[in-house]
Design a protein around this ligand. Sequence first.
Ligand SMILES: NC(=O)C1=CN([C@@H]2O[C@H](COP(=O)(O)OP(=O)(O)OC[C@H]3O[C@@H](n4cnc5c(N)ncnc54)[C@H](OP(=O)(O)O)[C@@H]3O)[C@@H](O)[C@H]2O)C=CC1
Ligand SMILES: O=C(O)C1=N[C@H](C(=O)O)C[C@H](O)C1
Length: 271
Amino acid sequence: MSAAAPLRIAIAGASGRMGRMLIEAVHQADDCVLAGALDVPGSPALGNDATAWLGHQSGVAITSDLRAGLANAQVLIDFTRPEGTLAHLAVCRELGIKAVIGTTGFSDEQKAQINEAAADVAIMMAPNMSVGVNVVLKLLDMAARALNEGYDIEIIEAHHRHKVDAPSGTALAMGETVAAALGRDLKACAVYGREGVTGERDPSTIGFATVRGGDIVGDHTVLFAGTGERIEITHKSSSRVTYAQGSLRAARFLASRPNGLFGMNDVLGLA
Ligand SMILES: NC(=O)C1=CN([C@@H]2O[C@H](COP(=O)(O)OP(=O)(O)OC[C@H]3O[C@@H](n4cnc5c(N)ncnc54)[C@H](OP(=O)(O)O)[C@@H]3O)[C@@H](O)[C@H]2O)C=CC1
Ligand SMILES: O=C(O)C1=N[C@H](C(=O)O)C[C@H](O)C1
């Protein structure tokens, strides 16, 4: 019996922090092959072999030509910026290529565009691809339901100095999970940072605090502060490998799906 053909994966943001991690993960996976590598026009990486920095020639040159970069791919994995992801997705839709989206910082309108594209192609989008964070989201649902009165909820996240969006997509997902469990609307109850004479804390709010510095990969804590006790649920990433491995799991999951919008819950069987 012949082995199944490897899954052909293209990586967007090929020279970014996640792009390189993903290229390495695809290179190391027996069941996947690098089929394309995209980066922005003007990037010094354009024209380089995508795995040259790993001491290997893949035959895949990094390109800013979206159609050329996606032509041989079955799945695109995209960790770039919202406007880049949407431009890539438009070409995926045209060519029938599935997409794993890890980019964060989308507006509601941009999320609606992704939802619309999922009518035609299968898309998995999650602000955090790590198994641990997705388990934490389940724990938060349980904790919020049990601690539904008398506990103030604050979400604290810390990331490296290069991160451009705040709060992190993961912190927002944690906020949405907790708000939904409590029957609150996060848009109406979120407080993003405090300064000056703020008055006493409104118990119906969910607070967010953002720390940026150094090379912190990604720390998230949800604090339930009551009277006489506090509960902290924390996740800390020490390597981006976990995001890359989660993305490959998502790509394999999408391979047999013709269309639809999925989350990491679906990939991990936690839905
Ligand atoms: N879901 C998850 O598990 C995770 C999500 N992320 C998210 O992934 C995204 C990328 O993070 P990270 O790798 O650290 O960021 P980097 O800045 O290191 O990499 C981004 C890459 O995308 C490229 N890029 C920038 N703007 C565009 C654009 N408009 N169109 C196409 N490509 C573009 C960059 O090129 P250039 O450098 O030349 O500008 C770079 O190659 C962020 O939104 C981050 O929050 C990160 C980790 C985990
Ligand atoms: O930019 C990052 O680095 C990360 N971004 C994601 C987010 O915004 O939640 C996931 C992870 O925390 C790392």
